[in-house]
Every structure is written in structure tokens, then in C-alpha cells.
Design a protein around this ligand. Structure first.
Ligand code: HEM
Length: 543
């Protein structure tokens, strides 16, 4: 008979188990660090000849500099990378995390976005704490899914989604709906702003975010809401709530997640380890994020179900209805539809609202530009003229087109982009890039550090786009470039033009005095007034 273990026996067993786990943990973390150190060393050796950003030679120097200058991150980066076509920025000495290669020349941008497209894709969550949460929000939709060597299916899922959405975007009935909706919603925005005419300043940026959300709800879901007049829009509200909570939680968790992913053993460490799960569980911001995701999911479910049983489904022209009309042929699941629409909303809503906000910053700052644009609109577009892709084309309203392109050049809504390298590579200038390194480029910096491309680069000059010839997407990667170039570029340009025309036909705008205009630090660059996300303008009726 085996004797029952004593209390001492239990203690000894526990102590031995802890010791064994400690040894296992040390070995595992040691092995992880050794691999990561060897990788970082190899990558650094290859980059011996590549300059660091000005004044940031040592480890962490760049990261600490960035942390100090977060409120003006883009301009700080422009200063420290100025004149360097390629430079390196190191984070930790023992890993490539927080380090990157910064590409500031069109040939390099072309190389990663087009010529060697297969080697450069989105980051994988296990290596990037930010992507973990972003993917929880977006699922594996068109915006987040990997392509090329980074993907398990050689990019087939991405290609399939790209083709499907491109087909829908090219449908004639979808395009006519889009045009009608933008005009109607821009008119609602004008009416709302007229309520503030010759009165107190109004946050026009809020108006633009409502305008783009209301338009998208109609074009994508067939739901007619008017946030300007206070309509309840649970999907839109949950979307904003999820976005905000995602951002705050990610930033607050960065230090902890970097520590947990690097220095804790299984089952606590790693991107999907218990430490991160406990940390999320204890964070009220994470609960806010999850609650908003549940509402988004329930709302999307409701809209899909309503659309399915809608007796007039065959006449509907919104994106969801077009997908459901094609369902028999393609068999789209509800999950696929919900993810697809959510991805398109995140791609298209904030970006266009940011573009419009910056356009009105520039119009309000430059009264001569505003007045010349109004003259062009008055002269070329009588008040009963239709607003469509043809009447608003650059050949018909060149100054409007110039104002918009100049806004996008100086204030690109996505000012920064990064890709991860999935195979060793050599950039066109000879820089050797190791697999696993992050490469970064910035349309904001390319436009401002390019005297030869844009003389007097910091000045707002719509004339530089007249006569218009489309810029190379590698010099002007505002909508990205190559096979993953933005799918909604024409839609966004048209939407911004419609809103500008509808507002300027009736109203004049000045900046409200006393504001400290700057930019936010999210993925999309909104306008900030000091520490608030807002753009206050004084509105006047035209006589
Ligand atoms: C001024 C407005 C816009 C700007 C500046 C813009 C910019 C961009 C950029 C930079 C990307 C690449 C992101 C990345 O992969 O890292 C992108 C992708 C994308 N955009 Fe836009 N976008 C705008 C409006 C829109 C609109 C209105 C839509 C349509 C709803 C849209 C749909 C998409 C889609 C579907 C992708 C993913 C394409 C792919 O990965 O194959 N965008 N956009």
C-alpha cells in the first residue's frame, strides 16, 4: 500500500515544482532573448553604413526622443530625419522591437509597396502589441489581413476580399446611390452649420465626422440616420466608443505588454499569454472596448437580418443589399458581411472627415484661397447644377481639385505607415534589410522634406496642382500605392468635394480666435485644439 503524502511531502513537491518551473522559465526566456539578440545583432551589422536619425545614435535614444515629442511627433520626426533618404532608429539593444528603418524616398516606397510587394506586409500580432488590439476590433477583414510571404495562403484571402469589394464599388447603381447620399447629407451639414451663422463658434470637425458616418451608414447599410439633428445611431456611437477605448487601452498597455511579451515565460508571456489576459481583464478601458464591440456586433446582426427579410431587397442599392443579392451565388456568411462592412467603415469614415477638417483649417487660415474657391464654384456651378463625378471633375473645377490635393499633401489623413519584412531584402539604395524588421514611411514627411518635388514645401499653394497631372503614388502615397492602394480614393475625393461645394455656396468661415491648432496622434490625423479634438470656426451667411 502506498503511504498518503504528508504535509511536508506536499510542501516539498510544491517547492520542487516551482523550482522546475523557474528553471524552465529562465531557460525559455533566456532562449527567447538569445534568439532575439542574435537577430538584432545581425540586422544591426547589415545596417552599419546606414545613418541613424540626426542626433539619435544610441539605443533607445530615438524612442525616448519620440516619447518626449509625442504631441508633435510628425514634425519632430521630420526634423530628425530631414535630408536622409533612409535612416535607422534603434529601440532595445537585445531586440528589433521599437526599432525601424525609415524610408524617405519615392524609390524606396515603390520598392516596398509594389516591386517587392510579396516581402512586405502588415505586422503579425505576436510581434506588435498594437496590432493585437487592432485585430480584435477589425477581425481579419480586408484592412488587416496579411498578403504575400507573411500570409498562410499566399494572400488569397486578401485578394478575394479585394476583388469582391472592388466589384461592388464599380456597380453603377451603387455609385448613383453614393452621389445622391453625399449631396443630401452635405446639405444637412450645411443646415446644421447655418444654425450657428453669425453666432457662437461651432466645432466643424464634429460636423464632418457626423457627415461621413451618416453617409456611410446609408451607403453601406441602407440606414438613414441624421446625427446632426440628434438621431440615435447605436452603430456609429459604438464604433466611436470602440475606436477611442482601443486607442487609450493600447497606449496605456504598451509598456506592460512589451514586458509581458518579452520577459515572461509560458503560460504568462507572449502575445496571447495569461499576463496580457489578466491585464486586460483588470482594465476598465478594455471592458469599455469589449462592450462597444458587442453593440457593434448586435447592431450589424440586426441590420443583416432586416436586410435579408426586406421585401424590397432587390431594389436596394446599398452595399449590404448588393452583397445579399449576390449571396446565392457566393454564399457570404454573416460574419464575413459584418467584418467587410466594419473594415470599410474604418477605412473610409475617419480618413475623409480628417481630410475635410484640414481643408477647412486651410480655407479659414487663407481667406484669399477661400474667396477664389467660392468664385470658381459660383461661376462654374449654378445653384441648380447637379453634383456628380463629372461636374466636379478636376477639368471642370481645377481650383477645388488643387485645394483638396494641397490639403492631402500637407495633411495626409494617414500620415504614417509601416510594413514588416517577411524575407531578407535589399532596398534600391543598397540598404540591407533583415527579415522581421519594420520599415516605415510617411506621406507627411515625404511632402515636407521634398524641395525638389514641391518647391516651398510648407506653403499651402493649390496652384501647384493646376493643370492637374496625377502625382506618382510613390511620391504621394496618401492613398498608399501598389496592389493594396486605397479602394475608396475616388469615393473620398468626390465626397470631400461635395461637402466643400455645398458649404461654400452658402457660408463663409473664419477660425475662432485663441485656438492652438495641432494634430492628434491616432492612426488618422484629426485636428486638435490644445488638448481637445475639435476645430472651432465662426460661420457667416453669404450675402
Ligand atoms: C481621404 C480619404 C482616404 C484616405 C487618405 C485613405 C487612405 C488609405 C490608405 C493609406 C490605405 C492603406 C492602409 C494600409 O494598408 O496601411 C487605405 C486602404 C484602404 N482604403 Fe482608403 N483612404 C481614404 C478613404 C477611403 C474610403 C472612402 C474608402 C471606402 C469606403 C476606403 C477604402 C479602403 C480600403 C478597402 C483599403 C484597404 C485596401 C487593401 O488593403 O487592399 N478608403 N486607404
Amino acid at each position: 500500500m502506498i503511504p498518503a503524502p504528508t504535509l511536508d511531502g506536499h510542501r516539498q513537491l510544491l517547492a520542487r515544482s516551482l523550482l522546475a518551473y523557474g528553471a524552465f522559465g529562465l531557460l525559455q526566456v533566456g532562449y527567447r532573448l538569445a534568439c532575439s539578440w542574435a537577430h538584432a545583432r545581425q540586422a544591426r551589422t547589415k545596417l552599419k553604413e546606414t545613418p541613424s536619425s540626426h542626433g539619435h545614435e544610441g539605443f533607445m535614444a530615438f524612442t525616448l526622443g519620440l516619447a518626449k515629442n509625442l504631441h508633435r511627433a510628425l514634425d519632430w520626426r521630420l526634423e530628425v530625419c530631414k535630408g536622409l533618404p533612409v535612416c535607422k532608429n534603434w529601440g532595445f539593444p537585445w531586440s528589433c522591437m521599437l526599432g525601424n528603418i525609415f524610408i524617405n524616398n519615392p524609390e524606396g516606397v515603390r520598392h516596398i509597396l509594389k516591386d517587392e510587394f510579396q516581402k512586405y506586409s502588415k505586422a503579425i500580432p505576436s510581434l506588435d502589441p498594437f496590432i493585437i488590439y487592432f485585430n480584435e476590433f477589425m477581425g481579419s477583414g480586408i484592412f488587416t489581413v496579411l498578403h504575400g510571404l507573411g500570409s498562410v495562403d499566399n494572400g488569397q484571402r486578401w485578394l478575394q476580399m479585394r476583388k469582391t469589394s472592388a466589384q461592388m464599388f464599380n456597380r453603377k447603381n451603387f455609385n448613383t446611390l453614393m452621389q445622391e447620399v453625399f449631396v443630401t447629407k452635405a446639405d444637412a451639414l450645411r443646415e446644421w452649420l447655418e444654425g450657428f451663422a453669425d453666432a457662437e463658434p461651432v466645432d466643424i470637425q464634429k460636423g464632418f465626422f457626423n457627415f461621413t458616418m451618416d453617409s456611410i451608414m446609408n451607403i453601406f447599410f441602407g440606414e438613414d440616420v441624421s446625427s446632426q439633428t440628434g438621431d440615435h445611431n447605436p452603430y456609429g456611437q459604438a464604433f466611436d466608443e470602440a475606436h477611442e477605448a482601443l486607442f487609450v487601452h493600447t497606449v496605456n498597455s504598451l509598456a506592460f505588454n512589451t514586458f509581458a511579451m518579452t520577459l515572461l515565460p509560458w503560460p504568462f508571456g507572449g502575445a496571447h499569454g495569461l499576463a496580457r489576459k489578466f491585464h486586460d481583464f483588470a482594465s476598465p478601458m478594455y471592458w469599455r472596448f469589449r462592450k462597444a464591440l458587442r453593440i457593434l456586433d448586435a447592431e450589424a446582426h440586426r441590420m443583416v437580418q432586416n436586410c435579408r427579410i426586406d421585401a424590397s431587397l432587390s431594389q436596394r442599392r446599398d452595399l449590404l443589399a448588393l452583397f445579399l443579392q449576390a449571396e446565392e451565388e457566393h454564399g457570404y456568411s454573416e460574419g464575413f458581411l459584418k467584418e467587410m462592412v466594419l473594415n470599410l467603415i474604418i477605412a473610409g469614415r475617419d480618413t475623409t472627415a480628417c481630410a475635410l477638417s484640414w481643408m477647412f483649417v486651410e480655407l479659414a487660415r487663407n481667406p484669399a484661397v477661400q474667396s477664389r474657391l467660392r468664385d470658381e464654384i459660383d461661376e462654374k456651378l449654378p445653384s441648380d447644377a447637379n453634383l456628380d463625378m463629372q461636374t466636379l471633375a478636376h477639368g471642370k473645377l481645377p481650383y477645388l481639385h488643387g485645394v483638396l490635393y494641397e490639403t492631402l499633401r500637407l495633411w495626409p489623413p494617414v500620415p504614417f505607415d509601416s510594413k514588416m519584412t517577411y524575407a531578407d531584402d535589399v532596398l534600391p539604395d543598397g540598404t540591407q534589410v533583415s527579415k522581421g524588421i519594420t520599415v516605415v514611411f510617411s506621406p507627411y514627411i515625404l511632402a515636407r522634406d521634398g524641395e525638389e518635388r514641391y518647391p516651398d514645401p510648407l506653403a499651402f499653394k493649390p496652384e501647384r496642382w493646376i493643370p492637374f497631372s496625377a502625382p506618382s503614388p510613390f511620391e504621394f502615397p496618401v492613398f498608399q500605392a501598389g496592389p493594396r492602394i486605397c479602394l475608396g480614393m475616388d469615393m473620398a475625393i468626390f465626397e470631400a468635394k461635395v461637402a466643400a461645394v455645398q458649404l461654400l455656396r452658402h457660408l463663409e468661415f473664419d477660425l475662432a480666435p485663441g485656438q492652438r491648432i495641432g494634430y492628434g496622434t491616432k492612426i488618422t490625423m484629426n485636428v486638435r485644439n490644445g488638448d481637445k479634438d475639435e476645430l472651432l470656426v465662426c460661420v457667416r451667411r453669404r450675402h
